[in-house]
Design a protein around this ligand. Sequence first.
Ligand SMILES: CN1C(=O)N(C)[C@H]2CS[C@@H](CCCCC(=O)O)[C@H]21
Length: 123
Amino acid sequence: RGKCNLAGWWQNELGSEMLVFNANSKGNFSGEYYTAVSSAQKPIETSPLRGSQHLDEDGKCTFGFTVNWSKFSDSTTVFVGQRFEDHRGQEVLKTGWLLRHKVNSLHDDWQATRVGTNIFTRL
Ligand SMILES: CN1C(=O)N(C)[C@H]2CS[C@@H](CCCCC(=O)O)[C@H]21
């Protein structure tokens, strides 16, 4: 696979881990996300992720993926970002994310979406 192969195990500064499977010829991929922390009240479970990446040969591909949190939280997170290599040649995924929780009424919609940034490095 090209230099921008996102497949493998990654971890971020929150202690979350994700396993990304090989992308197909169109750049579509799936994986599993294990969050170490959650605002949900139920036990955390591994959650599926699905995404799409560009297949650049320069190794600096952009990508996006969605995590559909399992039964433990009625919420969804979308990530968008780019792969880089740092000064030591270590791979990093610089991402931004939006986390949307289900709210019970339109009036509560204003408080339903959180935003953040995140860096993943290979496990
Ligand atoms: C641990 N996290 C992580 O690795 N992030 C990049 C951020 C954005 S997704 C969120 C976890 C959400 C878990 C499900 C829920 O509490 O609704 C937080």
